[in-house]
Design a protein around this ligand. Sequence first.
Ligand SMILES: [Zn+2]
Length: 101
Amino acid sequence: MDEKKVREAIYCMKSFADDTVCEECDNYDGCDHTMVADNAKTAIEALEKQLAKKPEMRTAYNDFVGRLICYKGFCPSCGGVVESYRNESCHHCTQMLDWSE
Ligand SMILES: [Zn+2]
């Protein structure tokens, strides 16, 4: 996914979530009007996970001659343990990970 597009979508969703757009809804009287904000929040959280973040406490693991085997660290979103050789994204919460320096 294009990072610029994701950032724009998040920006747009945030302004959308702050507005009341309920007036047009058929279910106006039967609703407490929190659904728009809740749904937008869910969408924003999912979009933010598409933007790669650096793992916390990235640690390099080397073999006995000093060749890099992999990096390990903690997911910046959920705190789960992640490993560079198999996790392009966090397998706990789907957060995309950036293992670069
Ligand atoms: Zn995670």
